[in-house]
Design a protein around this ligand. Sequence first.
Ligand SMILES: Nc1nc2c(ncn2[C@@H]2O[C@H](COP(=O)(O)OP(=O)(O)OP(=O)(O)O)[C@@H](O)[C@H]2O)c(=O)[nH]1
Ligand SMILES: [Mg+2]
Length: 460
Amino acid sequence: MISTHEDTIAGIATAPGEAGIAIIRISGNLALPVAAKIFRAKNDQPFQQIKNRVLTFGWIENRGSSLDEVLLCIMRKPHSFTAEDVVEIHCHGGIYLTQVILKLILDAGARLAGPGEFTQRAFLNGRIDLTQAEATNDIIRARSLLELDLVVNQLKGKLFQRIAAIKEQVAWVLALVNADIDFPEEDQVFAHRETVTEKLKMAKTALIRLIGSAETGMKIREGYKIVLTGKPNVGKSSILNGLLEESRAIVNQLPGTTRDTIEESCTIGGIPASLIDTAGIHTTTDTVEQEGISRALAAVEKADLVLWVIDMVNPSFENRLGERLDLSDIPMIMVLNKSDLFGPGPFSVPGELSTCRRITMSALLEKDIERLRTEIYQQISGQNQRLTEETMLTNLRQQKAAETALVFLNNATDSLEQGFGQELLAVDLAQTLQALGEIVGETTPDDMLNQIFSQFCIGK
Ligand SMILES: Nc1nc2c(ncn2[C@@H]2O[C@H](COP(=O)(O)OP(=O)(O)OP(=O)(O)O)[C@@H](O)[C@H]2O)c(=O)[nH]1
Ligand SMILES: [Mg+2]
């Protein structure tokens, strides 16, 4: 996808559709001359005199006639997103209008930008590292405050710094090992075994911790899967609707109302989640219900948290679902529902389940739904102590590269322990650095870079 760095690219940076304004972005050596051909300032100020990063009011002109009243902003290199000359035109947000202005820009000498090409240039010009480039894309897709916080820290370069700190330790050891290899005749030993071992141990601890953050980082981006399960008619759909604050699933007094799984995104105390309502589990000869139940079981298998709903008036504590699933093996909250119908007497839970986390509630009461939210939040944050860490690995690509780095680092420490030659140690350390460099884009192969940026939107 990457073309030469020389040409000038243009794209519509805002989402397609009718809107108050749209922004068209031009980047490259010809950005200013291209814009000068189609823009006339209201006060007839010559284009070259337009100040940096100041909005200038004017017209987009096409062969002497005015097309749209716009604001134009020039960001001369290197102080722009791409580190190239950039011009932004803020025009009215008509679908047709933006296309016409874009065509004028292309006719004036720019070329249509590919997906993510602006960000790719920012990366290639050294303005941002690969984790920051990924963050610029993720920030657009963020669905919760927690995700936003994580991605903003990544955008600020905090993940880059965390990786740089590990690289620094490894690079320091490699430099000493290389000195010993290069100057064998010297009396002096550069890479003292104890210091080197200590440094690599520190790097390893930091790397293991970083890899450990990936699971939480990716969950924050994907959302925690919370599945409602239980017998028919216990109030699963009522609870789903309560948590979503909308009547999403049909609720009915007849058992067997929900037949298919229903999935909706939401946040619970700022944690992004996918809530999944399922068909009630029971033995049936109805083939449609059977299919619904097998989908319910599949959802429970993939759940990060199960809400096992039990009707207090007609309780059943059968915790084996189907043949394979045992609810007591899955992170779970037992939800004792319909407390409003139960009355004041004591309610007993079988001894073997008495240690389960549980809540007694009525799906009809808003305050109980709120208590359930708190319970869910506590369960998830208790499971994931690292939920509020400043930086985490946030995608599979980063995780794989970090794991590769750890394999080489382990090889290096093994070589050291077993007293293998310095050359072998140097190779393993260099490969550790190579893998760490891949996370931040220093050593990432071109085809992988192309693949990453092709997932971005046009104009980003
Ligand atoms: N009084 C009372 N009624 C409830 C409560 N929760 C649910 N119900 C009622 O119980 C019936 C079944 O509720 P649903 O939410 O459809 O139950 P479900 O578990 O989704 O049922 P299926 O989809 O058939 O498996 C409806 O009439 C609800 O209004 C509750 O806490 N208190
Ligand atoms: Mg239901």
